[in-house]
Design a binder for this molecule. Sequence first.
Ligand code: PAF
Length: 277
Amino acid sequence: MLIARTLPDLRDACARLRRSTDTLALVPTMGALHEGHRTLVRTGVAAGAAVAASIFVNPLQFGANEDLSRYPRDEEGDLAALEAEGCALAWLPDVQTMYPTGEATTIVVTGPAERWEGDARPGHFRGVATVCAKLFGQVRPDFAYFGEKDWQQLQVVKRMVADLLLPLSIVGVGTVRESDGLAMSSRNRFLTAEERARAPALYAVLRSMAGALAAGEAVANVLAKAADELSQRGFGIDYLALVEGAGLAPIDTLQPDARLIAAARLGSVRLLDNTGI
Ligand code: PAF
């Protein structure tokens, strides 16, 4: 696996890969890699692409009250995991490379970036869109892989790529779960044992909501019952909604691309999850 830490090294590495592959794919990450990230790399490799993975903890997507320094880091473990999955290139830029002194450009997405995480974490999607645009410009992949676990992020990146006419395709990959249904996330490590035992209820409730909606139960009833159940199980609900899959606008009747999305807190940990119906 090639490792690049500077832009000249990245250019050389990409040129080298391009000599032996028609398809370059990028998996953008912030490190602390788990099975979800590994699945993204594996999916790209299985599709026949040379896969580059970036590891960059992006300060621009953290709010003032969010602890950037608490974000888990494990470069050695991450590089070993990428290598084991057949990743061709690891891109590890520093903050100065990504945000050169005097930089004055960021990307603000409206539409799918409004509401939900957009409300809960002001500026978050500006950070995500900006860093992804930079990573796409640096690596110039044909495809970039994102987990469906962060459904809204996936829609925001797709919207930005379409709107800015960027020459790559965004591929969403299904959420990877623990055997009890909990969506894999770097934040899960911060759950206490007691919270970890309760955490799978979030996805269980989403699935039972999907069942009730598919059976024709009214959206408002399904949402109200589920919110009650999650509160009783000790979750602090930030949002629980039925939305249009791509635009994320709330809907009150079922439609083919409808998505249930949720953000709920257990102790200090904010869990995100979603499901189709
Ligand atoms: O999902 C993440 O890990 C980050 O938001 C991403 C896409 C790597 C951008 O920093």
